[in-house]
Write a protein that binds this ligand. Structure first.
Ligand code: PGA
Length: 253
């Protein structure tokens, strides 16, 4: 049986209107016959184009952040209700760039996760350790803590509407990919930890992606690992030829 994979592109702060419209038209065609779940998270201003070109297509789309309040005096912020106006399927929450540059905390990540779930938007919860934390052998401790806090008050029945992304900070945008064994080790640990938290018997419903310098050359190696359900792809998703190779990866279980 073919493994069900999720390949989600994170545009970060890249592209302008003249890049994005041809991209959307092309990805819609390229992803038409793939059996994988393909998605892109675009900058807020381009959600209108994502809706226009990708609504009812094979390509899921969403944003890279949201605010957990419904409305109010929060200059520069965007609410889940606003994302729903564009029929967003998903939203990235707690990306390490937001944790590092914009003071995103485990508590705000948790509020955002709850808000996304109550708004029927799939949260893609990012967790990952720094290089120093890995060197100090603290990877599991750091990740368990991030996951536990992100999932506070999340009900067991909502777990199947959550996607997790393990993104070691030292591998993001650095070209330094985690080895498939390193990624597998942490992702299988994440699945077991969530099972323990929720007293689940099986890890089947838990989806965990790997993110950090995944590209068209190393994707198969990573995606064939038993616990890895897909990838969150930054740099390589900007080039549709590369992203196309990644999202057409076929792995037999
Ligand atoms: P990268 O980014 O693929 O460019 O390393 C991944 C991410 O930050 O989600």
């Amino acid at each position: 049986m073919e493994k069900e994979l999720y390949l989600i592109g994170n545009f970060k702060m890249n592209f302008t209107k003249s890049d994005i419209i041809p991209y959307l038209k092309k990805i819609k065609k390229l992803a038409k016959n793939t059996n994988n779940h393909v998605g892109i998270c675009v900058p807020y201003p381009y959600l209108c184009y994502a809706k226009k070109y990708l609504n009812h297509s094979n390509v899921l789309y969403g944003a890279q952040n949201l605010h957990y309040k419904e409305s109010g005096a929060f200059t520069g912020e965007v609410s889940a209700e606003m994302l729903n106006d564009f029929n967003c399927d998903m939203v990235i929450i707690g990306h390490s760039e937001r944790r590092n540059y914009y003071n995103e905390t485990d508590d705000s990540v948790n509020l955002k996760v709850l808000k996304a779930l109550s708004s029927n938007i799939v949260p893609i919860i990012c967790v990952g350790e720094s290089e120093l934390e890995r060197e100090k052998n603290e990877t599991f401790k750091v990740i368990d803590n991030q996951i536990k806090k992100a999932l506070k008050d999340v009900k067991v029945e909502d777990l199947s509407s959550v996607i997790f992304a393990y993104e070691p900070i030292w591998a993001i945008g650095t070209g330094k990919t985690a080895t498939s064994e390193q990624a597998e080790e942490v992702i299988s640990h994440i699945k077991k930890y969530i099972c323990k938290l929720y007293k689940l018997k099986s890890t089947d419903l838990i989806v965990v992606l790997y993110g950090g310098s995944m590209n068209e050359k190393n994707a198969t190696e990573l995606l064939k690992m038993p616990s890895i359900d897909g990838g969150l792809i930054g740099g390589a998703c900007l080039n549709l030829e590369k992203f196309g190779v990644i999202f057409n990866t076929k792995i037999n279980d």
